[in-house]
Design a protein around this ligand. Structure first.
Ligand SMILES: NC(=O)c1ccc[n+]([C@@H]2O[C@H](COP(=O)([O-])OP(=O)(O)OC[C@H]3O[C@@H](n4cnc5c(N)ncnc54)[C@H](O)[C@@H]3O)[C@@H](O)[C@H]2O)c1
Length: 352
């Protein structure tokens, strides 16, 4: 199999959600690999979408800003794209309970509109879509593989499961070839630190960078697996190179499940700061899946992928990025982020 860096040279690639955390890392990588990249994003409120995530590569890609729900009005964007990476969506589980209609729009109506546009103007495009481990709900056994029952415990998980089914159906009925990757906790440069409703991973980095104690709901003893974003980008590229005869769904994951507390401790050792246990908020506990880690064996068999970045290494790389970008973060316009980063407070004192 050709290396991804050669494989995508001069290929036309559309990335939805390309201003977000994972989409922007993918866009940057594909631009470096010589692909002809188009990004569609509407910089949705309460999302990780930031135009700054594409700083330095903006003049080497095409950017279109519109809501993917309205894709039927912008079908020119979907023409002549060999690969379509569908990464736009709403990721916050807590927000999905507070704004279920928004989650429906972003995670169901928008991908459905994209599929309809592709069916009409570009049915030979190869699609890679991101889904989430949240579709499984609370694990009945660990590690969770793809045969585990799907019983999501929040609105976001239900909508993501529905979206997976759209991709499957369009593959089966209209031969729109697609692969879905079920991502687990992903972290790294360009994740949005500005909002408390994003996952605990970004919240922990935010608290540490602000010099606040990291708050561990209920002590943080539950174990999870974590993927560094570069590994997820490699997985997306590997998935695009598959030529599936049938719709395929794969877990990502990591061999190094760690407790949430252990994750926080490494963040503290790297950035500075301390962690403290707080009561698990009732509304968060209600949608918490407890212990989770996944088996990525099926994807390894199909695509040869395995995560390369160890947890501590990934956290150190992430901390390095945010410490050097702290000034930029300080102006991140996302309530309730109101603090000022105290760079000097942690750059000189690694562990408090
Ligand atoms: N980050 C994680 O830990 C994680 C875990 C599991 C699954 N995922 C999945 O990976 C994908 C990307 O996640 P992320 O962390 O990069 O999220 P993100 O919030 O950083 O990026 C999502 C992007 O989609 C854009 N967007 C949302 N709705 C849109 C619409 N209707 N039209 C146009 N643009 C729209 C937003 O503006 C944003 O730029 C999502 O599908 C998410 O569910 C992420």
């Amino acid at each position: 199999m050709a290396e991804a860096s050669d494989f995508f040279r001069n290929r036309t690639v559309l990335i939805t959600g390309g201003c977000g955390f994972i989409g922007s890392n993918l866009a940057r990588r594909l631009v470096e690999d010589g692909a002809r990249v188009t990004v569609v994003d509407n910089l949705a409120p309460r999302s990780g979408g930031r135009i700054e995530n594409l700083a330095g590569v903006m003049d080497r890609l095409a950017f279109r800003r519109f809501d993917l729900k309205e894709s039927s009005q912008f079908t020119d964007v979907f023409q002549r794209q060999e690969f379509v990476f569908c990464l736009a969506g709403a990721t916050s589980h807590a927000d999905s309970m507070r704004f279920p209609g928004d989650d429906l729009d972003r995670n169901c109506r928008a991908p459905l509109a994209v599929l309809e546009s592709l069916r009409r103007v570009n049915p030979t495009a190869r699609i890679v879509a991101t889904s989430t481990r949240q579709v499984y709900g609370r694990p009945q056994s660990l590690p969770v593989d793809e045969s585990h029952p799907l019983r999501p415990v929040d609105v976001n998980g239900i909508h993501m499961q529905a979206a997976e089914n759209y991709y499957r159906l369009y593959h089966e009925l209209h031969d729109l070839k697609s692969v879905c990757l079920r991502l687990t906790n992903t972290y790294g440069p360009r994740m949005h630190l500005g909002r408390c409703c994003h996952g605990f991973v970004s919240v922990f980095f935010r608290q540490a960078l602000l010099g606040q104690p990291i708050e561990l709901f209920g002590g943080g003893e539950q174990r999870r697996d974590f993927n560094y974003v570069d590994d997820v980008v490699e997985a997306l590229l590997a998935a695009a190179r598959l030529e599936p005869n049938e719709h395929r769904v794969f877990n990502l994951g990591h061999d190094e499940p760690q407790s949430v507390r252990a994750f926080a401790e490494i963040v503290c050792e790297t950035v500075g700061g301390s962690a403290t246990s707080v009561d698990f908020p009732t509304e968060r506990r209600a949608i918490d899946v407890g212990e989770y880690w996944g088996s990525y064996e099926r994807f390894h068999q199909a695509a040869g992928w395995r995560p390369q970045v160890a947890l501590r290494d990934g956290i150190e790389r992430t901390a390095t990025y945010y410490l050097s970008e702290a000034k930029e973060l300080g102006v991140a316009p996302a309530p309730p982020f109101t603090g000022t980063l105290r760079v000097s407070a942690f750059s000189s004192s690694p562990a408090r």
